[in-house]
Design a protein around this ligand. Structure first.
Ligand SMILES: O=C(O)CCC(=O)C(=O)O
Length: 280
């Protein structure tokens, strides 16, 4: 499991300077196809393992077709998603980029932005990281379609991980102005934003720091933009003693701050440890 790292010192230097890193190839085309085939059943509520995901933000027949579709912690419902977002490769990369001893999954996202679907608001992941310590995430965002600026790909503000953490944004799904809070943050930081749309072939990825401002515009192209995302935290992360996540504190044991590996498995650790059930 402890294969060689795909990252070089130059990759790490770039991540530290920019707050993100792009790899043109991260998963192979067969894996891309296998994941794409899971989108229809997942959003119809056909869950392979019989378990609901933790968040199911778009359901066929219930929600507007012009909304970006999102499921969180699809790994609990679907083995194809699990095989990618819980991989040692994802864990190793985010841990090495973040200077952690290891990484565990916090939350995955399955994102489906059909042609014409609306934007996702710019935010910082660490604004939502108050319920665990250390309160930092690092993310691997994987493209399942060739992405383009016009097609509503993810966008990063270069260097914005150095601006400090702002509060959570007002509206994540289909906001009127998807950059509203971000522009205010850039103004407070006294900088002119350098926005980078992530244009990669299907199977490519981008890693981002938990403090990097990011979001995505509406899809003005004629085909969908699909992604799977692994939001990771340090392998030694614990629940915060008093701050509560109304969803994720369901997995906290009474009187115990440790994170159970059944729900927050360790993907990779420098000493060779990986949660045992992952590879079964
Ligand atoms: O894919 C997107 O449009 C946004 C995803 C996102 O917010 C994230 O990966 O943190």
């Amino acid at each position: 499991m402890n294969q060689a790292s795909p990252l070089t010192e130059e990759h790490k230097r770039r991540f530290e300077a920019d707050g993100f890193l792009i790899l043109e190839k991260f998963i192979d085309s067969e894996t891309v196809e296998r994941l794409r085939a899971r989108f229809e059943p997942l959003f119809k509520g056909e869950f392979e393992t019989g378990l609901y995901p933790d968040e199911w933000n778009w359901q066929e027949g219930r929600d507007r077709p012009d909304r970006t579709r999102q499921i969180c912690n699809a790994w609990k419902s679907d083995r194809a998603v699990a095989s990618v977002v819980l991989s040692a490769k994802v864990g190793r990369c985010v841990a090495e980029l973040s200077g952690w001893d290891g990484a565990r999954i916090c939350q995955d996202n399955v994102i489906w932005k059909p042609a014409g679907a609306k934007a996702l608001g710019y935010h910082q992941d660490d604004s939502y990281a108050k319920w665990f310590t250390p309160p930092h995430m690092a993310t691997c965002w994987i493209a399942l379609d060739d992405t383009s600026a016009a097609g509503g790909t993810i966008e990063y503000a270069r260097g914005s991980h150095k601006w400090g953490i702002s509060p959570p944004i007002e509206k994540f799904h289909a906001p009127e102005d998807y950059q509203k809070e971000f522009r205010a943050a850039a103004e407070r930081a006294g900088v002119t934003a350098d926005i980078v749309p992530i244009e990669v072939p299907a199977g490519g990825c981008a890693f981002h720091h938990g403090a990097t401002w990011h979001g995505s515009d509406m899809n003005r192209a004629s085909r969908p933009r699909r992604s799977v995302v692994a939001h990771c935290i340090a392998s030694d992360a614990q629940f915060h003693p008093t701050n509560v996540s109304y969803i994720y504190n369901r997995y906290k044991r009474h009187g115990d701050l440790s994170m159970d590996e059944s729900f927050f498995p360790i993907l990779w650790r420098r000493d060779g440890y990986r949660t045992a059930w992952l590879d079964r």
